[in-house]
Design a protein around this ligand. Structure first.
Ligand code: MN
Length: 250
């Protein structure tokens, strides 16, 4: 008996953050969540979105990844600095090692299964740390003459420009100079082994990465899911191309 319903469309797992519930009768209990624009972006790209809640063992991470054709690492809090060999400076924000290890285990699971990865915001930072890189802990206090990377404008509103490498996943459909939104105070510092920079803002902050071999890893520091929710055609195209990549990789 056929027990699995198959559409033929790629299943894209959303690696979810978690946080304590702040009010109501379940206050203090943890809740895993996916912001709906990720779901919408995957649907517009003709994929099937599947939320993935935090699990702790590497075996459970492998089991989650193995039902997916691709995974998206969604945005969230800062990463524990000890995971990249530093001590916290004063502007390090909220962090949670259990969540960081979940992201890192999911990256490793997807890599070992040959499943494409799209890292978004915290996702690009998790990719860089998983590949052995480090992070800028706080752009405003650590980078001179930085542009604004933590915008106080609606999420679909672009904030600063990025310059994109032509021979990259993004360069395949985005203009060399493209406007993106920006909601981060950390960024990639020392690049992880096997990664290359594919976009930067004019202050030198790394805004996109790809891997140099193995199954595709694409990572961006901005939030294309929020821009597609505002109707941005380039962000919709990003999701479409990622879902296509997942389809051809399987
Ligand atoms: Mn930025």
């Amino acid at each position: 008996m056929e027990t699995v319903f198959k559409t033929g469309r790629p299943v894209i797992g959303i690696v979810e953050p978690w946080a304590p519930i702040e009010n109501g009768c379940f206050m203090g209990a943890y809740r895993t969540y996916a912001n709906y624009p990720y779901v919408q972006g995957i649907l517009k790209g003709n994929g099937i979105p599947l939320g993935l809640p935090l699990v702790e063992s590497e075996e459970d991470c492998m089991a989650q990844a193995s039902v997916c054709d691709g995974i998206i690492l969604s945005g969230g809090a800062d990463i524990d600095v000890h995971l990249y060999g530093e001590e916290p400076r004063t502007k390090q924000g909220h962090f949670d090692r259990k969540l960081d290890l979940y992201y890192i285990h999911m990256i490793k699971a997807a890599r070992s299964l040959g499943i494409p990865i799209l890292g978004i915001c915290r996702g690009i930072q998790a990719v860089n740390v998983a590949f052995g890189g480090t992070l800028i802990q706080d752009i405003p206090s650590e980078v001179k003459n930085a542009v604004l990377h933590d915008q106080d404008a609606p999420p679909s509103n672009p904030c600063h420009f990025i310059d994109i490498e032509a021979d990259s996943f993004l360069g395949g459909f985005m203009p060399q100079r493209t406007e993106v939104n920006s909601f981060h105070h950390q960024a990639v510092a020392k690049l992880g082994t096997g990664l290359r920079v594919t976009a930067k803002s004019c202050d030198g902050i790394i805004e996109a990465l790809e891997n140099t071999d193995g199954s595709p890893v694409i990572a961006v520091q901005w939030h294309p899911e929020m821009m597609q929710a505002g109707g941005d055609p380039l962000s919709e195209e990003l999701f479409r191309r990622f879902v296509n990549l997942c389809e051809t990789a399987r």
